[in-house]
Design a protein around this ligand. Structure first.
Ligand SMILES: [Zn+2]
Ligand SMILES: [Zn+2]
Length: 264
């Protein structure tokens, strides 16, 4: 089976994606209610019972809200590091089938290689993921995906990690001007969002992608757009410059209102 990757939800109010390879079906983050996740999976012809595992980046609700309901599925492994597990577990009525990994240590699960790496963000031990799968096989070719949402800046190690991915999923969280003008957020929160443990702005993510001469990306997904402080049209304006500078990958934007993946 060919790899299928679909972002089920993405915005400050809930993030989750489905990755299906020849060997596994996994969720990356589970920031939507279990009920919502079930419906979205059913749209893809799947039930929660068909999932092989869930991988969590960090404890923030927009990445972990579904764990409460998913914990009823006692056989469903939920991978996270110790600090994230502790933070999520403290709000749960029961214990899910936690599987602990160590940030920075690679491991394998059903033919999937997983490399969790540290990202700068205001959570206990937030990670990004680099997934690799497949072999030299026509029906299950080698491929990889990097998932980096929620980071205040991109450290060199993260940069090196995600360069090789065939699919890159990265946040383009806010428009600096809209954040500046936002009447709902107090100054201190704005500073946190803009800070080195906050989120990447459209401008920052654009400059980051534009700075690469070499990369393996075939598809780039821009996600985790703030509902209040960003707009698809602004992201589109910013990133259309990438195409003009001759970048050879397809770019997609995930609409925070509909969670639909739109071509650039
Ligand atoms: Zn977060
Ligand atoms: Zn988030």
């Amino acid at each position: 089976m060919e790899t299928e990757f679909k972002i089920l939800g993405s915005s400050s109010s809930g993030n989750a994606a489905l990755l299906q390879t020849a060997d596994v079906k996994i969720l990356i983050d589970a920031g939507l209610s279990c009920k919502k996740l079930r419906t979205l999976l059913q749209n893809e012809g799947l039930e929660i019972d068909n999932l092989d595992a869930v991988f969590l980046t960090h404890e923030h609700n927009d990445h972990s809200a579904g764990i409460r309901g998913l914990s009823r599925y006692v056989n469903l492994p939920i991978f996270a590091n110790q600090d994230t597990i502790q933070a999520v577990q403290s709000k749960l009525p029961r214990r899910p089938n936690w599987k602990i990994f160590e940030t920075g240590s690679s491991f394998e699960f059903k033919g999937l290689k997983i490399h969790p790496f540290s990202v700068p963000h205001d959570a206990y031990d937030p990670v990004g993921f680099y997934f690799e799968w497949g072999e030299d096989d026509l029906f299950n070719p080698r491929s990889s995906l990097a998932w980096v949402t929620d980071l205040g800046f991109v450290p060199t190690l993260v940069r090196e990690r995600i360069k090789g991915a065939n699919i890159l999923v990265i946040e383009s969280n806010y428009c600096s001007k809209m954040l500046e003008d936002d009447p709902k957020r107090p100054w201190s929160l704005k500073q946190r969002i803009r800070g080195r443990h906050g989120h990447l702005s459209n401008q920052r993510t654009f400059e980051f992608l534009d700075s690469f001469q070499e990369y393996n990306w075939k598809k780039v997904f821009l996600m985790h757009l703030s509902k209040d402080c960003n707009k698809v049209s602004l992201v589109r304006d910013q990133f259309s410059k990438l195409q003009q500078s001759g970048k050879r990958f397809d770019t997609f934007i995930v609409d925070p209102e509909s969670s639909k993946t739109l071509p650039l």
